[in-house]
Design a protein around this ligand. Structure first.
Ligand SMILES: Cc1ncc(COP(=O)(O)O)c(C=O)c1O
Length: 409
């Protein structure tokens, strides 16, 4: 079956966070700015403007038509779907007992910090990084220990010397790895993961590997689940995963937290209990199973389409907006744009994209001060929308550059 990713679908009036809400004055507010003729184009939060695979839509439709939506719990076939996916796609053999279900990875990260770091402890992260990592740490009384990534020749890497130093701090109890990395798009190599994992082991630091983007990998790159590397890594890690990014199911709030080590697992389960979290959403369960069992064909086509979008974006920026630089992602549908060539400070840059270009991107500084001067664009949309967004940025940059030139002495 051939899927049509070019089709534009009206997402307004569907409670869509991406198409109906915007951050203004530090708050998330319902907005009409994406509505009118000269609408702002939303290219921010990480969900896709594509319909999920047909088997998922069919399974959900059938479930909706059943008409009874009572309490739901994961069955053996639910677990088999997760296990089958991890083994087929990533060569990782997951035990049935290792899987805990949560209503999302972000809630799980918050609970993991509560379970494994006491107030005053530190949690290592690698900025610029997915901004809710900061929230998960700070909301739960811990402090971030920062090991910023280094940008060299257009590619980000880990600063291993700094990592070794930071990990020696006995207050660091947990390290949250973003793998693949949002927003810089790195798919960590096996060697990088081994290096990271060994430093953590040497310093008694538990690794939480957020692998929510692990299925969204561009050809020629290989994603390695951290826990699959060795028995010791498996015992010293917790993996956060979900079909939500892969199959566009974020609104169904179903994720799997995989914890091979029984002691760590029972500590996490206690926190789930303390939050009264058990069972799972009826639609999330159905969608996960249909996606993992029957969604592979769709995913293969999706990755081709997004790769096409990435190539379009890269060629466009080089040709028409040389003031910007695309940091080429190896995975994820989020692209990190280096906008420092515009010479705008962080607030001006955000305002420029929104007010001058009419595109709503994620401002780089929300991922940490290391992201200042950058913007994150979500390219999981029909190419026509991406093309329109780029035309708008090009025109705005053109106006800005000629105004700037006129103002120059
Ligand atoms: C690295 C990372 N983790 C977690 C999430 C969100 O997870 P969830 O929707 O399951 O809470 C995202 C969404 O963008 C993400 O990029």
């Amino acid at each position: 079956m051939k899927y049509d990713f070019d089709m534009e679908i009206d997402r307004r009036n569907s409670y869509s966070l991406k198409w109906e809400f915007m951050h203004t004055g530090g708050k998330l507010a319902h907005t009409t700015r994406f509505l009118n003729e000269n609408r702002v184009l939303p290219m921010w939060v990480a969900d896709m403007d594509f319909v999920s695979p047909k088997p998922v839509v069919d399974a959900l439709t059938q479930r909706a038509q059943h008409g009874i939506y009572g309490y739901t719990a994961p069955t053996q076939s639910f677990y088999n779907s997760v296990i089958g996916w991890m083994e087929r796609r990533h060569g990782w053999r997951v035990g049935r007992q290792w899987i805990c279900v949560t209503p999302g990875v972000v809630p799980a990260l918050n609970m993991l910090v509560r379970a494994f770091a006491s107030p005053g402890d530190r949690v290592l992260i690698q900025p610029p990084v997915y901004h809710p990592f900061y929230g998960a740490i700070e909301n739960n009384g811990a402090e971030p220990a920062l090991n910023p990534l280094i940008l060299e020749n257009g590619r980000y890497g880990m600063d291993i010397t700094d990592l070794e130093t930071k990990c020696k701090d006995p207050r660091v109890k947990l390290a949250v790895l973003c793998s693949p990395h949002n927003p810089v798009g790195r798919v960590w190599t096996r060697d990088e993961l081994i290096c990271f994992g060994e430093i953590c082991l040497d310093n008694d630091i538990l690794v939480v590997s957020d692998e929510i983007h692990g299925d969204l990998i561009y050809r020629d790159n290989v994603f390695t689940p951290f826990a699959s590397i060795s028995e010791v890594f498996s015992e010293n890690s917790i993996t956060c995963t979900s079909p939500s990014k892969t199959f566009n199911l974020a609104g169904l709030q179903t994720s799997c937290i995989i914890i091979p080590n029984p002691d760590l697992r029972s500590r996490f389960e206690k926190i789930l209990q303390r939050n009264g979290l058990f069972g799972l959403g009826a639609f999330g369960a159905v969608a996960l199973q249909a996606a993992y069992d029957h969604g592979e064909e769709w995913l293969v086509q999706l990755l081709e389409y997004i790769k096409g979008n990435l190539e379009y974006l890269e060629a466009y920026v080089v040709r028409y907006i040389p003031q910007l630089t695309v940091i080429r992602p190896e995975g994820t549908y989020l692209v990190w744009l280096d906008c420092r060539g515009l010479g705008l400070d962080k607030r001006m840059l955000k305002k420029f994209m929104l007010e001058e270009a009419g595109v709503y991107l994620d401002a780089g500084f929300i991922f940490g001060p290391e992201g200042e001067g950058f913007e994150r664009i979500n390219i999981a949309c029909p190419r026509s929308i991406l093309a329109e967004a780029l035309d708008r940025i090009r025109e705005a940059v053109g106006r800005f550059s000629s105004d700037g030139a006129r103002q120059a002495p």
